[in-house]
Each structure stands twice: as structure tokens, then as C-alpha cells.
Design a protein around this ligand. Sequence first.
Ligand SMILES: [Zn+2]
Length: 100
Amino acid sequence: MSLQLKLNMKRRSASSCPTQKRMYDSAILAEQALLDLQGRVDFRMGDGPVGVYKCDVCGAYHLTSAGPVNPLLASKLQDGKIARNREANRWLDKFKGRGH
Ligand SMILES: [Zn+2]
């Protein structure tokens, strides 16, 4: 076993990953973050994160813009839920923008 690999295993529970990507404890949490992000940010077709994967280095889950589209995300995009979320968030932003 290489030293680098040992270090990586030791760091398994550390709060950062060499990929600099945001870490999620489970695939479900990552999936939720993916849907949330897609609901808030108006990514162009083919842009932005489309899936989640388990990282070999830190053992946590990250979002990725490569690979197949997450099935849950695909179905939400298809039934228009994401578009509706975007509209709702736009309204919320306007509301907040009025300031107190
Ligand atoms: Zn990682």
C-alpha cells in the first residue's frame, strides 16, 4: 500500500477533499443538493451538475457535470417541476430585493 493511499484513507472523515468539491455524506444528500441547485440556477442545457458519484479519495459523494443524468433529476426536468421551482425562486428573490 502506498503512503499516498494510506494518507487518503486516514483522511476519509476529514472535511475536505483534494478535488475541492463539496462533500455529501450520502448519495441521497448529494441528490437533494443536485435537485436544489438545478432548481435555483438556470443552467443551460448540458451545463451544471447532472449527477452524483462516490469519491474514491474521500469516500463522500460529489456532484458531477459529467456522465449520465441522474434519473431523479431527469424525471423532474421532464415533468416541469424544476421549471416551476425556478419561477418560485425568482419571485422570492424579487421579494427579498425589496429590503427592510
Ligand atoms: Zn472526494
